[in-house]
Design a protein. Structure first.
Length: 314
C-alpha cells in the first residue's frame, strides 16, 4: 500500500495523489510495482526500499548517493497462544532530496499518529525534524509497551501463591520473549542514534539538537526499564516454578494423608464385611456390632489424623 502526504506552510496536512517536493511517502507492505515506481521517481535504490521488508534486517544508518537510509526497529504485535504479544520489525526511513519515505512490512500504530495530525509541529517538508520526531515517538512507544508489560507482570505475580498450573508460567515465558525482542531492538536503535549524532550526511539545524537529545534520553530510559523488567521477570519465573512445584507437593501430601486416614476404616469394614463365618473376628453376631465397628473405625482414623496433624504432615 502506498500513501502520499503533504504539509503546507500554513500548517495544513493532507493526502495527495502524486509525489511532490516535500511530501511524505508511506509504504506499507508495498508491491513490486510500487517499489519500482518510488525508486524511479525519488532516485532511491529499490534494494534499500526492500531492506525494510526483511524481518531479520539489523538497525543501521547509511549515506548513499543523494539520500540517507535509516533502519530502526519498531513495535508491533502478533498472536501467540491466543493472545497478543509484542515483537519488533524493521522500519526504513529514507531521506531523499525531494521527499522522505517510510517503508515497513506492517501498518505501525506509531506512524498512524502522524497521519491523524496528533503530532505537534509536524511538517513533511522538514525532513530532518520529521525523522527525529519519528524516532522520538518510537522511543515513546517502547516506554508505553514496557508499562503495559509491567502491569502484566504485576497481575501474574498476584497469581503466584495459588497457581498449580503451567498456563501462568507459559504467559511469563511469552512476556520474557517480548522483553528480549524489545531490549535487543532498543540496543540497536541506540547505536543508530549515536551514529546520527556524529554523521554529517544528514543536515541538522540547531533547534533539532534538543529533539535529538530528548530522543536519546527516551531510548536510554526504555533500555534501562527493559533491563529492570527482564531481571524482575527472570527472578520471578524461578520463584514461580518453585511455587508451582511446592503447591503440587502440598496437594499430593494432602491426598496421601486422606488416603492413609481413610484406609483404616476401609480395612476394618472389609474384615467385618466378609460373607463367611469367622469365630476369630470379635463381637460378630450381635445387634450392636455395627455401631461398635463404625465407632472404632472412625475413632482410629481420627487418632491417625490427630497424630499426623501434630507432626505437621499437612
Amino acid at each position: 500500500m502506498q500513501a502520499i502526504y503533504l504539509s503546507d506552510p500554513d500548517g495544513g496536512f493532507k493526502q495527495v495523489d502524486e509525489i511532490q517536493d516535500g511530501a511524505w511517502i508511506r509504504l506499507v507492505d508495498p508491491s513490486p510495482a510500487e517499489i519500482e515506481a518510488v525508486s524511479t521517481q525519488c532516485g532511491v535504490d529499490p534494494d534499500d526500499l526492500r531492506s525494510a521488508m526483511d524481518p531479520e534486517e539489523r538497525s543501521r544508518i547509511t549515506a548513499e548517493d543523494g539520500y540517507v537510509l535509516l533502519l530502526v526497529d519498531v513495535l508491533t504485535t502478533e498472536m501467540r497462544n491466543g493472545q497478543q504479544w509484542y515483537i519488533t520489525i524493521p522500519l526504513g526511513i529514507i531521506i531523499a532530496a525531494r521527499t522522505i519515505i517510510t517503508v515497513c512490512s506492517e501498518r505501525v500504530a506509531m506512524l498512524d499518529e502522524f497521519n491523524r495530525g496528533r503530532v505537534r509541529d509536524f511538517r513533511t517538508y522538514m525532513k530532518t525534524r520529521f525523522t527525529l520526531q519519528l524516532l522520538l515517538h518510537n522511543a515513546g512507544a517502547y516506554l508505553s509497551a514496557l508499562r503495559v508489560i509491567d502491569r502484566m507482570i504485576d497481575r501474574q505475580e498476584s497469581n503466584l501463591r495459588r497457581s498449580t498450573r503451567n498456563d501462568e508460567l507459559i504467559q511469563m515465558l511469552e512476556l520474557e520473549k517480548s522483553l528480549v525482542y524489545i531490549n535487543t531492538s532498543l540496543v540497536s536503535n541506540q547505536r543508530v542514534l549515536e551514529r546520527l549524532v556524529r554523521t554529517a550526511a544528514l543536515k541538522k539545524y540547531p533547534e533539532d539538537d534538543d529533539l535529538l537529545e530528548d530522543t536519546m534520553i527516551e531510548n536510554e530510559q526504555a533500555l534501562e526499564m527493559s533491563g529492570i523488567y527482564s531481571g524482575i521477570l527472570s527472578g520471578m519465573m524461578d520463584a514461580y516454578a518453585s511455587v508451582i512445584s511446592n503447591n503440587q507437593n502440598l496437594i499430593m501430601k494432602t491426598l496421601a494423608v486422606a488416603t492413609i486416614v481413610l484406609s483404616i476404616p476401609t480395612m476394618i469394614f472389609s474384615a467385618y464385611g466378609m460373607n463367611v463365618e469367622n469365630p476369630l473376628i470379635p463381637i460378630t453376631g450381635q445387634w450392636w456390632t455395627f455401631l461398635v465397628v463404625v465407632a472404632v473405625a472412625f475413632g482410629l482414623a481420627g487418632i491417625a489424623l490427630f497424630v499426623m496433624g501434630r507432626k505437621k504432615w499437612f
